[in-house]
Design a protein around this ligand. Sequence first.
Ligand code: HEC
Length: 144
Amino acid sequence: MRYLASLLLFNALFSYANAADKPSRKVVKLPGMMQEQLLANMRDHLLAMQEIQLALGAAQFDTAATLAEQRLGMSSRIAHDASRMAAYMPKDMQVAATQMHQAASEFAKIAQDSALQGDVKPAVRALANITAQCVACHRSYCVE
Ligand code: HEC
């Protein structure tokens, strides 16, 4: 009985996840090279998040701040060729990208404050706010 119940629950969750995921994503068409570049940038975003978490875990707040600003923040936009990429993105997606860069720059400031105050909690909350921007864009867009 318990097995059946968990099977039903699993099914319900799985179909919910599918329903929530698929139909709502907008397909953004990018020329092949740019698509590859976007995905390479994305993989670096994920690596940067890992490195930031490691730095925070070691109370290396300045390192966490620098990583966030240079790899994800407003300063990273030139390296990511953001303005050329933006030409292919719907307006709302450009806004989502800017919000992620802003959230990362905001994290960098908060992480530096954490260094002075010795309290990691505000930095962890600000890090979750960067992740929220990744989640929001992924929920809405995919590339082709
Ligand atoms: C402005 C929109 C946007 C933001 C913000 C964004 N992404 Fe993405 N990301 C995408 C799109 C679009 C794809 C392609 C998804 C698809 O086609 O299914 C993608 C794909 C990825 C992939 C898969 C890469 C691959 O090789 O397939 C990773 C990893 C990723 N993103 C990480 C992140 C992380 C981490 C963040 C936040 C720090 C982030 N992204 C923020 C739009 C975004």
